[in-house]
Design a protein around this ligand. Structure first.
Ligand code: NAI
Length: 334
């Protein structure tokens, strides 16, 4: 039995970082890869944001590895493919680890952000009432509870000491109030892990100002989206950070960055964030395919660390290596 992995190559630098990651994955795991076409390039060609049987292909796979997908804000546009996949598979937990690298990162950091991924300001409930634009920020008790549970279980599994909830309860008393209430209710069932909370603007400042600012951070959707780019800036590059979007039965893995149009097509995009996302995917697949695949994921992450330490770097980190040279360096170190 071998895992079946759906692959969306995405737009901009997406195909470059995905192809580089596949060049590593195909050498170290026995898996079947199934391409699903989606995004801007596919839309321009066909008028559809995703292949008609795309969702069925995803349903028939164990997990999705994806590159960033453009959601145009001007001209002909289409509904976000990312949001559609998140909602379809209820991928409610967005996990983003941030680890610093000596000589590269602005500060020392080893934290995991657990971002609520399907509610908050990304509810999709928006309308124009005359000259007034209204977006509903939806936080449900059950949604707040399950993401808090996820964060505490992750802390226990990884041996982490503290979970910090990020909020703006001083202003958003009702919605962030409910988020925080459920957080502390769940915390009381996990006495071995400390629980505290931080206001979102102060948290942004703390991320750039002190070493080891947080351990596990639990964030409503929009705060998680923004603060994870802040953390990536501290680590050194958006191109150096991966993520997992996890639901009860399915998960999608991707770099945290977007399509990076300014460098697309030049072969210099940093593939390490996508390779780290792939290593998270192998770890997640372990529950179905056993510890060997988890071990490959761990070795892949360690090889990324050594690649950075050895100075094989793309230009975003001050080096002159190409995307494929960095991927080759990771493979060599495995
Ligand atoms: P971006 O992440 O694409 O770029 C921001 C900056 O980071 C740019 O200077 C870029 O060159 C740099 N960068 C990003 N990835 C890099 C890499 N791998 N190596 C080296 N440098 C890298 O953010 P932006 O410009 O806001 O987004 C562009 C598009 O991407 C938008 O259409 C947005 O909707 C989409 N997007 C898609 C995501 C997804 O599919 N999950 C996530 C974020 C954005």
């Amino acid at each position: 039995m071998r895992p079946k992995i759906a692959v969306i190559r995405g737009d901009g630098v997406g195909p470059e970082v995905i192809d580089a990651t596949l060049s590593v994955l195909e050498r170290v795991v026995d898996a079947e890869f199934v391409e699903v076409r989606a995004g801007r390039a596919y839309f321009n060609e066909t008028g559809l944001p995703m292949e008609e049987d795309g969702m069925d292909k995803l349903r028939g796979s164990d997990a999705l590895l994806k590159g960033p997908i453009a959601t145009p804000t001007k001209g002909r546009s289409y509904p976000s493919v990312n949001l559609r996949i998140r909602r379809e598979f209820d991928l409610y937990a967005n996990i983003r680890p941030f680890r610093s690298y000596e000589g590269i990162s602005l500060r020392r950091m080893d934290l995991v952000m657990v971002r609520e991924n399907v509610e908050g300001l990304y509810s999709g409930e928006e309308e124009l009432q005359g000259d007034v634009a209204v977006t509903k920020r939806v936080i449900t008790r059950s949604g707040a509870r399950r993401i808090a549970e996820f964060a505490f279980r992750l802390a226990e599994k990884e041996g982490r000491a503290r979970v910090t909830a990020i909020h703006k309860k001083n202003v958003l008393k009702v919605s962030d109030g409910l988020f925080l209430e459920e957080f502390y209710r769940v915390a009381s069932k996990h006495p071995s892990v400390e629980a505290d909370d931080y206001i979102v603007d102060a948290a942004a400042y703390r991320l750039v100002k002190v070493d080891y600012p947080f351990d596990v951070m639990l964030l409503p959707n929009l705060y998680g989206d923004i603060l994870s780019d802040v953390a990536a800036g501290v680590v050194g590059s958006l191109g150096l950070c991966g993520s997992a979007q996890i639901g009860d039965d399915y998960a999608a893995f991707e770099p945290i960055h977007g399509t990076a149009e300014d460098i697309a097509g030049r072969g210099i995009a940093n593939p390490l964030g996508t390779i780290l996302a792939a290593s998270m995917m192998l770890e997640w697949l372990g529950s179905k395919y056993g510890h060997e695949i988890v071990d490959v994921g761990r070795r892949m992450r360690e090889a990324v660390d050594r690649t950075v330490e050895d100075g094989v770097l793309t230009p975003d980190l001050g080096g002159d290596a190409t995307t494929s040279e960095v991927a080759e360096a990771v493979l060599e170190r495995m």
